[in-house]
Design a protein around this ligand. Sequence first.
Ligand code: HEC
Length: 153
Amino acid sequence: MGPSRLLPIACLVLLVAGPVHAQAAQSCDGRGAGADTSEAWQRRVAAADPAAGERLFRACSVCHSAEFAGPNMVGPNLWGIVGRPVASAEGFSYTTAMTLHRDAIGEWSLCRLDSYLANPQADVPGTSMMYRGMVDPADRLDLLAYLMTLSVD
Ligand code: HEC
């Protein structure tokens, strides 16, 4: 096959692969495959168990403080993380991967946190968070319910 035949095939591959990737990136915004609205997340997390989430947070507290104005450790302080702009803890030096993630998504919605905590390296390729992910979706809901308590509201 000469290059003149390969070109249309390459274009076809790009056409098919492009939208699939775009859908994955949009799945937290109420559009695309696996779309979910923030109201659905609010309901789901309201039914979860923040006390169980606090116990699960022990795996995180090696690297993260959770109290108001707590110190940055290996990872940034997580007070107010739900709804907080990505990569915004004062004085913490984030990776380029995480600052690009901020440009892409803005703030940490419940859905975005869930996606990151399920598999940090897959969600934000190049992140320095050395945590392999929380596999059980029910555990993640409990953890999110706990993270929601880290706020004055
Ligand atoms: C081994 C240390 C480590 C562990 C364990 C860890 N993290 Fe992290 N975390 C980090 C680092 C480092 C970053 C900064 C990542 C970057 O800049 O790419 C981070 C970033 C984050 C962010 C983004 C913060 C922001 O300001 O945008 C969230 C949310 C987060 N971690 C939550 C958690 C939760 C919840 C757990 C437990 C399930 C956890 N992390 C476990 C080290 C860790």
